[in-house]
Design a protein. Structure first.
Length: 240
């Protein structure tokens, strides 16, 4: 899942997206909280949730979480660009742990490391992260302290992609799904009305889902316009 800023009638809103293997759902909502996210996947969603570190996503208590490693790496890189002296130690150490985790994933996927050795290396990464989290936080609101607190909250979701093969390390699928909308937003703006926003989220949902299911999007939309009754234009997963 992911979300980005939007505007409806000049008023601040949010564009949400949830991407699965065969279905993508968009929603334009007034808020950026758990309730809005739950509209897309259900508050009791119990599958895999790959997302960034935005706090409301942690409200899905039954889900298996993977926090986006790319967002964390970017945060560390931005801190290193402005930090000096000892202020560089923490983001540098976190960045090294993330790089080590991604390298370990690549070794596993390429069959270059035995299972026992893989587990040893994973344990080392977790121990390194715990050692960082054990550091005292000086200052109530400095970048290093905020990063440590964030890592503490996200600890259980950081290495899911190593524990379970096939789990993405980043939420790139959702970011890619948002990109065309963001490009359009920069060109022609957002929606003039909530009625227009509703039409746009429906169109984007059908178009993206049709492509995922190798259906011609224009044909799907034409079939919808011609039919005298409600139909499902693309295949949807059966309820669990």
């Amino acid at each position: 899942m992911d979300e980005t800023g939007w505007r409806v009638g000049g008023i601040k809103a949010w564009l949400w997206v949830a991407v699965a293997e065969l279905v993508t759902v968009y929603a334009i909502r007034r808020g950026r909280g758990f309730e809005e996210a739950a509209e897309l996947i259900g508050k009791d969603y119990a599958g895999l949730l790959v997302r960034d570190g935005w706090g409301p996503y942690r409200g899905f208590k039954k889900a298996l979480h993977q926090t986006c490693a790319a967002h964390l790496e970017r945060r560390c890189r931005e801190m290193l660009e402005v930090a000096r002296g000892r202020g560089r130690e923490l983001p540098k150490a976190v960045k090294a742990i993330l790089s080590g985790a991604l390298k370990l994933r690549d070794q596993r996927d390429a069959g270059e490391i035995a299972e026992a050795d893989f587990q040893v290396e994973l344990d080392k990464l977790e121990q390194q992260l715990r050692a960082l989290l054990a550091r005292p936080i000086s200052g109530a609101d400095n970048p290093q302290g905020r990063l440590l607190r964030h890592l503490g909250r996200e600890f259980d979701a950081l290495f899911t992609f190593l524990r379970l093969p096939g789990v993405p390390a980043t939420n790139w699928m959702a970011e890619q799904a948002l990109r065309p909308a963001v490009v359009n937003r920069k060109v022609w703006g957002d929606n003039r009305s909530w009625n227009g926003a509703r039409h746009q989220e429906c169109l984007m949902t059908v178009l993206s889902t049709a492509r995922q299911q190798h259906r011609e999007p224009i044909t799907v939309l034409a079939d919808l316009l011609r039919t005298p009754r409600s139909i499902a234009p693309v295949a949807l997963p059966a309820p669990a």
